[in-house]
Design a protein around this ligand. Structure first.
Ligand code: TRP
Ligand code: ZN
Length: 876
């Protein structure tokens, strides 16, 4: 175990900074054995706080070479260098602090601060990486103007980039050159970025609403130059959308995107210089799947939208992270919804929320979207902060309506432009612009856990009234045994016997249309609908207006009815998932032996339905994932759930064999790949049919898969065929196609990652030895997070039957990898270990084995703060 427990940082201890920095002048010299950083900071005492005589600058893993104050060398008695700070004594009211540090980007495997990735220099400063470049007040409420001069060898690093606009460039001695950048907007250090490399530049441009021309540039390694079109097109769509929907215009003359292969997360919104994980920005039809195209579209938009929600208006401290992330995820998901099918988009987000965020919210790391404390902030870039944070903003949008919400966001941006603010400032702007009182609503920001809504209803034929009662509760979470009631919007409709939405009229009120939004604020509320001539089927929480669990005793017949009639597409899908879940659970618990024929007939009808959006049909036909089923089940038995799910899948495939072949033929691949909702829906259906047929070892489907694999003009179809074969029992075909695929794509790391992930996620027995073999493969690289994620992450996160093998081998394997990775990349190690912390969800033997693996990690002598926090909380 480690010698001392890492310090807990608390929101209630927040104090304004004692010093401010107005201007930063950096000169960064890049060499083959390291980098020298010369920094000059214009520091002054913060007039609004009690004066302090010492200036404490943050710094990690820096070699200090020189300190000056107003140009004078500081005598050793005036400063102290410690592990993670530099203290300057007797600080005057204002001074220019000069610091020279030597750092080793080449040895930086943590990928925080300045590091090298495939021969290029790049940075990642959020959340606290800038302190690994130079000594600084590394906190988001210290905002400064940055001028950055980069010097490097001209041949090796012809491209030198930093934030803002280029203001100078010149050759230097010894084959070196310098480029200088100036960012006119004051910003926190976490938005600083620098890049140096031999990159190709793709040009484009965008004319803003006010007629300004913005140069768009994308920088990639030469081998990737054909993979930029999609990201650039998405960027331009996002820029237009933010003008139209939020009235936000871009503010610099140039906007740059850089792709790097080694990156801990998806991408980073550095001012004017967004840096992306290659896997989240590069695409061509031959190498990227539809899912990757979608991911790129939303991440490019997300990072661009941060220019206002995050950069122009930033966070006061890291407890406010959801201020920028929740709001920006809400913005990017609305953007994506506007590009394709809104319903399908909503289904994807909710599916993810209910699977991953609900699981987090019921586990040991449960935290409110504004946490009260943390040990390591990078552990809090979570689905709760991001996705639940977005749901909370969405609820404000639903409660206020689109016009008042827009008035609120306008006021927020105008009032706080150039400031570092809190989630409360955001809510206050929404209140001030709308006149609505969000006092109770604010509980969403500080209470963790997923609220549960229990619905009861009754129909009275004599008075033609329908009564609905809604009760809310929220289970305890760490440190929060009791919860106060939440304020939430609840949209619903009532379906009459003909399947049409009924006119809704609450007792004592005017009619309010055929779908309405109720305000829920009390522990229990009752609503009485009048003029209802027969018992209706309720369509509850339409569009998933609040991130809650819904309990209502649906019968399977009611669900069948909703599947075929609900006018709300989301709820049609939800009914299909509830029906399938109910059938799977009954089989898993041994309450039923055969698959309910109603499920078969619902699926059969869907396969034949050509009035519905095929994309929605594909979603409705997808069975709930094993991860979701586990999340719903207390004391889960993974194997039983998996077997029940397989039983449903194979029995559906057997009964619907002809329909599936027919669907496959009805959706042939067009001659050229197009990224359109229509074509994507056809590919989704086609590949689903193929996978279902292969699950029952259909020989004819194997032929189809082989020919689809061989003839595909896009990666969605090629990988779809490969995955269906890999997951099937056709062992020989599996190996042939896997070998062929690697032969063909070995030069492209992104495609190799797909190849790894397909194998690591395969439920076929015997995967673990196979995973171990993959880690010995020449293409595997411990230092590259994408490789680690595509093998170990895919195994522990998506291959749940094998990860939860009854002998505990999956758990000890994961513990071993986490221990191995922790010293070189703690951020990735801490993320990788989290599946083990969910042990409370499982039956006792499983839970014990998972805890044993956690204790193995905990027993390591020098655990990082990142992993320590997750594992120690995971064991409590
Ligand atoms: N702010 C980034 C986003 O858009 C998140 C991010 C990128 C990040 N790189 C990181 C967070 C490294 C922590 C560490 O969501
Ligand atoms: Zn973000």
């Amino acid at each position: 175990m480690r010698t001392s427990e890492p310090k807990t940082i608390r929101l209630k201890d927040y104090r304004e900074p004692p010093f401010l920095i107005d201007q930063v002048d950096l000169r960064v010299e890049l060499f083959e054995d390291g980098a020298r950083v010369h920094s000059r900071l214009d520091v002054r005492r913060n007039p609004s706080v009690q004066p302090e005589s010492e200036l404490h600058l943050d710094g990690e893993d820096l070699k200090l070479e020189e300190v000056t104050l107003n140009g004078e060398h500081l005598s050793a008695s005036r400063y102290v260098v410690e592990d993670s700070q530099l203290t300057i004594r007797d600080m005057p009211d204002s001074a220019v602090v000069g610091v020279v540090t030597w750092i080793k980007p080449q040895e930086n495997t943590r990928l925080e601060g300045l590091y090298k990735s495939s021969g290029m220099f790049c940075t990642q400063c959020e959340a606290e990486g800038f302190r690994r470049i130079t000594y600084y007040l590394d906190r988001p409420d210290v905002m400064a103007r940055f001028r950055t001069r980069i010097e490097a060898d001209l041949k090796r690093y012809p491209i030198l980039l930093a934030n803002g606009n280029e203001v100078d460039r010149s050759p230097l001695e010894e084959g070196r050159h310098q480029v200088t950048w100036e960012d006119p907007f004051p910003k926190p250090a976490y938005l600083f970025a620098l890049v140096g490399g031999d990159l190709v530049e793709r040009h484009d441009s965008f004319e803003t609403v006010s007629g300004r021309n913005v140069a768009l540039r994308m920088y990639v390694e030469p081998r990737n130059q054909e993979k930029c079109d999609h990201a650039l097109a998405a960027l331009k769509r996002a820029m237009r959308w933010d003008e139209e929907v939020y009235g936000r215009e871009y503010d610099l003359d140039v906007f740059m995107i850089v792709a790097v292969d080694d990156f801990n997360m998806g991408a980073m919104e550095n001012k004017g210089l967004n840096i992306f994980n290659s896997s989240c920005v590069l695409a061509s039809p031959e190498t990227a799947t539809d899912a990757i195209y979608d991911r790129i579209e939303s991440i490019v938009a997300h990072e661009y939208f941060h220019n206002w929600s995050g950069n122009r208006v930033t966070c006061r401290d890291w407890f406010q992270l959801s201020l920028k992330e929740g709001f920006t995820v809400f913005r990017d998901s609305e953007y994506s919804a506007d590009q394709g099918s809104r319903t399908v988009n909503r289904i994807d987000s909710v599916n993810m929320l209910r699977t991953a965020q609900f699981a987090e919210d019921s586990g040991p790391m449960a935290h409110p979207i504004r946490p009260a404390e943390y040990m390591e902030i990078t552990n809090f870039y979570t689905v709760t902060i991001y996705e639940k944070g977005a749901e909370v903003v969405r609820m404000i949008h639903s409660l206020l309506g689109p016009e008042l919400f827009r008035a609120g966001s306008d006021l927020y941006f105008e009032r706080h432009d150039g400031q570092a603010v809190t989630t409360d400032d955001f809510v206050r702007a929404m209140e001030d612009a709308s006149g609505r009182d969000l006092t109770q609503f604010r509980r969403w920001y500080d209470q963790a856990g997923t609220p549960e809504l229990a619905i009861e209803d009754s129909y009275d034929a004599a008075s033609q009234t329908y009564r609905l009662s809604i009760s809310q509760s929220c289970p305890p979470t760490p440190g929060q045994p009791e919860k106060a009631p939440f304020h939430l919007p609840f949209e619903l409709g009532l379906l009459g016997t003909d399947g049409q939405d009924l006119e809704l009229q609450l007792e004592g009120s005017e009619p309010s249309g055929r779908s309405m939004v109720l305000d829920i604020t009390e522990p229990r509320q009752e609503f009485v609908f009048t003029n209802i001539t027969a018992r209706p089927v309720p369509s509850l929480l339409r569009g998933f207006t609040a991130p809650v669990r819904l309990r209502y005793p649906w019968t399977r017949d009611q669900l069948m009815f909703l599947i075929s009639h609900d006018s709300d597409g989301f709820n049609r899908w939800d009914a299909s998932q509830r029906l399938a879940t109910d059938v799977i659970e009954a089989l898993a618990e041994g309450r039923e032996a055969e698959v309910d024929a109603r499920l078969v007939s619902a699926c059969s009808a869907l396969l034949k339905n050509d009035a519905l959006d095929p994309a929605l049909v594909a979603k409705m036909l997808s069975l709930p994932s094993l991860a979701y089923l586990i999340e719903l089940t207390p004391s889960a038995d993974v194997l039983k759930l998996h077997q029940a799910r397989e039983q449903v899948l194979t029995s559906l495939a057997r009964s619907l064999r002809d329909d599936l072949h027919e669907v496959y033929q009805r959706h042939p691949a067009p001659a050229a790949y197009r990224y359109t909702s229509e074509d994507m829906a056809a590919r989704a259906l086609r590949n689903m049919a193929l996978a279902w047929l292969l699950s029952i070892n259909d020989e004819q489907a194997l032929k189809l898969a082989r020919s689809q694999y061989g003839q595909a003009n896009n990666m969605t179809d090629r990988l779809g065929a490969l995955r269906a074969v890999v997951n099937s029992d056709f062992a020989e075909a599996r190996q042939t196609l896997l070998d062929d695929f690697y032969q063909q794509w070995q030069a492209d790391p992104q495609v190799v990652e797909l190849w790894f992930a397909v194998q690591a996620a395969s439920p076929q027995a015997g995967t673990l030895p196979h995973i171990k073999a993959l880690m010995e493969h020449a293409a595997f690289d411990w230092k590259n997070p994408n490789k680690v994620r595509s093998v170990i992450g895919a195994f522990a996160g998506q291959n749940l039957v094998n990860f939860h093998a009854p002998d505990g081998s999956g758990y000890s394997f994961l513990a071993e990898q986490v221990i191995r990775l922790d010293p070189s990349n703690p951020q990735i190690a801490a993320r990788l270990v989290s599946p083990l912390t969910r042990w409370k969800k499982f039956k006792p033997e499983t839970a014990d084995a998972m805890q044993r693996a956690l204790r193995e990690v905990m027993g390591q002598p020098k655990l990082s703060r990142d992993t320590y926090e997750i594992v120690s909380k995971g064991l409590s």
